[in-house]
Design a protein around this ligand. Sequence first.
Ligand code: ATP
Length: 433
Amino acid sequence: MVYIKDDIESLDKKLGREVRVCGWVLRQRIVGKIIFWRIVDSTGETQVIFKRGEIPDDLFEKAKKVTLMSAVEIRGIVRPAKTKGGKEIVPKEVTIIPTDPILPIDPLNRTSTLSQRLNYRSIDLRDPKISSIFHIRSLIAQAFREYLLSQGFVEIHTPAISIYSAEGGADVFEVKYFDKTAYLRQSPQLYKQLAVSGLERVFEIGPAFRAEKHWTIRHLCEFTSMDIEVAWINDIQPLLELAEETIKYIFEKLRSEGKKYFDILEKEPPSMPTTPFPVMTWKEAIAIIKDRGIPMEGKDIPPAGERVLYEYVKKRYDSEFLWIVDWPFEVRPFYAMKYPNSETTQSMDLLYRGLEILTGGKREHRYEILKKQMLQKKLRPDFFGYYLEAFKYGFPPHGGWAIGLDRLTMQVLQLDNIREVVLFPRDPGRLEP
Ligand code: ATP
């Protein structure tokens, strides 16, 4: 068994040898007494040639009847040819698992809508341009993990179902848990905090759920959060530096191991950013946004504001990244650490190419103050049982952040919809497949 890529890459070794290649028929072309198949597997494309006289007649007839996207297993000989990959396969034996003659989507995705493609992802993924997206996504997660492990972090796995609803608010999915009501986590926040109190440096890659009726190109009801949390920090500076180094490591990997996938997508890998990234306070950011006439709704920065800030840093610092620090408590969760005698929190968001991809900050670790902040957010401390109690027992100062894997992948690839980088997206209208 060989994959097409191996075949292409080690042509000389395979030349004249019998191989077994499996994949799907992407195109069929009949030119007189010759039939060409273009077949694709998860690694690339190749050509199969059926020439009357060179192969048995029954094989030729079989090849003629194939329907596009049928799954095929071919045993044959590789030889040089004037094709893109420089070779072709002369079949000896072919097994066909046929498709229905009418496909629900255009196999090369030239005419199908995103929604149709998502309904038929299993076919969609046979297009190398689509599978490359998921190879890149996988590399990002791998690099994130590798870098943090190299820095002494421990990978953790915390519950997705819990009695606590971390951020409070209405954006939480309820789950029937035997005779109790539980919630799907909005982030691993509370549990990564509990873990850091003993493990000191932790990270987790896992699902997060938001029951938000958002119909945007950047929100999903389930997304993948890449979280870290560290103990013993006194301010947010180490958090900024750790994020910058993690991103640089991810980008290095994309530029080396990911290059081949960017080539398939006819895109450039992200350029290596200069660190430190520019930093501005929330107040400074708001002033710039207001100055450009972008209306604000509340204290959060609207998408149009994020784009204005991107233009600003691009022009001024030639940076695709921007830190916005020191957010008002009003738009941060109850566990955010405030500056002394202030309603400003020690927190940050990171914008990449004009989209928020990371949120984080220092957390409140003092039991009484944490309890007070819960009340300030109109949350009931007695609902936070063992979580809140843990802060009575020598809880270290700590902080962390989360990067949305989906958003980072989308931005790295400069795609215009988050659904493109998620195998089976969940949004308010999509629960299937
Ligand atoms: P936004 O302001 O864009 O709605 P948020 O402030 O609610 O995002 P956080 O709760 O701070 O986001 O989540 C941390 C990170 O998780 C974000 O920076 C983003 O990358 C990602 N994220 C948050 N919500 C979503 C979502 N609904 N869909 C996809 N990714 C998300």
